[in-house]
Design a binder for this molecule. Structure first.
Ligand code: GUN
Length: 289
């Protein structure tokens, strides 16, 4: 079993981007600047956004964190998005999800200028991705693809079972892995809450992408010997075992599944680390848009 070390690969990618920043500076060109909008105080969102901002600082990008309380109105948020769309200093920005229920996620995503949409969530960018045209790929699916690539994992003709059909992970990763490209050329089965024979599906999988947000859902009896398992889950479970008061669990029961795998991602230190690196890569790309 080989561990897909997302942390190590993400550090490599960040080092590559930092080199590019040095070159941009030397050439007197604009330094990439990422802005993040955070609404409310959700613990996980706070952690992700803080990590995104810190990573920007480390690699030499500019960064801005724009905070709103949970009570922000939809029109106030849309006004800020409009400002960021027009702000020449900012190359790309994200609105951290989830948002409070009184705000339409669709309206927010549609309001972002596709040229600054480094999350790759705008319908124009989703459409381009689906057609295989160059665009911003959503960071988590992009991170999964990049991880498979950097470990030179064979994907052509493989059966890939994706668990979860979210717009952020399951749906886009299923599209990317089915494309006529490397990594890609998989036969993809996209499973979701209404799928009936889930275990049978999983047992046929050469590659499993678990992105359903149910801690330790995938157990050893659901996994074929030699499978590649990518765990996208990051659920906080309350515990008094550590000072933080919580521990992070993936969607895969790692200890029992890992011995059956050819490759598996750990949680944490797998896909999560890659997501941030790919967001930075998209921000670098945004400078030239
Ligand atoms: N919430 C969970 N994942 C993401 C992501 O990739 N981007 C944004 N904006 N919000 C998220």
């Amino acid at each position: 079993m080989i561990l897909l070390d997302g942390k190590k690969i993400a550090d490599q990618i960040k080092a590559e981007i930092a080199q590019e920043v040095i070159q941009l500076k030397a050439a007197g060109k604009k330094i990439p600047h990422l802005a993040a909008i955070l609404v409310g105080h959700d613990g996980a969102s706070e952690t992700y956004v803080a990590s995104k901002v810190k990573s920007c600082e480390k690699i030499g990008f500019g960064s801005s964190l724009i905070r709103f309380e949970n009570t922000v109105t939809e029109s106030e948020l849309l006004k800020k998005i409009d400002e960021l769309n027009k702000d020449k200093e900012i190359d790309g920005f994200i609105v951290q999800l989830p948002l409070p229920n009184h705000i339409s996620v669709d309206k927010v995503i549609n309001a972002v200028d596709p040229k600054k949409d480094v999350d790759g969530f705008h319908p124009a960018n989703v459409g381009k991705m689906t057609l295989g045209l160059p665009t911003f790929l959503p960071a988590t699916p992009y991170g999964i693809i990049e991880l498979l690539k950097r470990y030179t994992i064979e994907t052509s003709g493989k059966h890939c079972v994706v668990l979860g059909r979210s717009n952020i992970v399951g749906t886009p990763v299923s599209i990317l892995l089915a494309r006529n490209a490397y990594p890609g050329n998989c036969t993809v089965t996209l499973c979701h809450s209404k799928t009936k024979n889930l275990k049978e599906m999983l047992l046929q999988a050469d590659i499993i992408i678990a992105a359903l947000g149910k801690p330790e859902f995938v157990t050893a009896d659901m996994v074929k010997q030699g499978a590649v398992v990518v765990d996208v889950g990051i659920t906080r479970i309350n515990t008094d075992k550590n000072p933080k008061g919580y521990e992070i669990k993936g969607d895969v029961k790692f200890d029992e599944v890992a011995p059956k795998c050819s490759y598996i991602t750990p949680v944490p230190g797998g896909v999560g680390a890659m997501t941030i690196a790919m967001l930075l890569k998209n921000t670098l790309l945004a400078v030239s848009k």
